[in-house]
Design a protein around this ligand. Structure first.
Ligand SMILES: Nc1ncnc2c1ncn2[C@@H]1O[C@H](COP(=O)(O)OP(=O)(O)OP(=O)(O)O)[C@@H](O)[C@H]1O
Ligand SMILES: [Mg+2]
Length: 221
């Protein structure tokens, strides 16, 4: 197995005028290769803040984040964008698909950005696994919420990043679709050895996880 992600003593305070919100207080966690970790906590407990920092989209006030041996807070922009392309996938709660592109184009986009050519069989396999094969030529506006969410998951999986961060990926789905998404992520971790860090406040979603990390008032339990 081996460790792929390590966060140590992450603190983050938001300042709004004279008001300070301490979103994270010395939060530490680790995840192994192929591990499926669920981060659960109440609304406002700092889950999204933590995920953005772990995925290098935001910087903490103090602490360290190491992904696959690289201290991401000391990386320059060039190194960081390479690390993001190769090691990090992110699934947003609100999908963030490009409306002017088809599902197929949305999914293969990360490969093109990385100057890689999509392999038809690999793309087909991911579309089949996510049960969206009949959506390839559809635009996001022509798909259901669940289909859009699974397209967003396919996009995060396609380049086989070492770590996939998912911020409440089932928040907008019905129970059946939500269960399917949790299962798919679990399959990805088993089949491709990818690490999944999923934020949710739905305890049922956490059932598929190998490990649960509780976040309470900005502290990891
Ligand atoms: N950009 C920001 N500016 C100021 N305060 C913020 C900002 N983002 C988050 N916060 C505050 O930080 C705390 C943690 O927010 P965060 O979004 O991380 O919580 P969360 O656990 O993801 O909640 P939810 O389950 O509702 O998504 C909250 O009190 C929130 O109001
Ligand atoms: Mg959140």
């Amino acid at each position: 197995m081996g460790e792929i992600l390590r966060a140590e003593n992450i603190s983050k305070t938001y300042h709004m005028g004279s008001v300070e919100v301490q979103a994270l207080k010395k939060c530490s966690l680790t995840a192994d290769r192929g591990e499926y970790v669920a981060v659960i906590g109440k609304s406002g407990s700092g889950k999204s803040t933590l995920l953005k920092i772990l995925a290098s989209f935001d910087r903490p006030d103090s602490g360290n984040v190491v992904i696959d041996g690289q201290d991401i807070l000391s990386c320059n922009e060039k190194k960081l964008s390479k690390l993001r392309r190769e090691k990090i996938g992110f699934i947003y709660q609100d999908y963030r698909l490009f409306s002017e592109y088809t599902a197929y184009e949305n999914v293969v986009l990360p490969l093109f950005i990385d100057k890689k050519i999509p392999v038809d069989e690999e793309v087909d396999e991911i579309f089949e696994m996510l049960q969206i094969s009949d959506c390839k030529k559809k635009y996001p506006s022509q798909m259901s919420g669940g289909q859009q969410q699974r397209t967003a998951i396919a996009r995060a999986l396609i380049a086989r990043p070492a770590v996939i961060f998912a911020d409440e990926p089932t928040g907008n789905l019905d129970a059946e679709n939500a269960d399917g998404v949790a299962r798919i992520l679990s399959q990805a971790s088993m089949r491709y050895g990818q690490t999944i860090v999923m934020v949710t406040h739905d305890k049922q979603m956490a059932d598929y996880a190998d490990r649960i990390i509780m976040l309470k008032d900005g502290c990891c339990g």
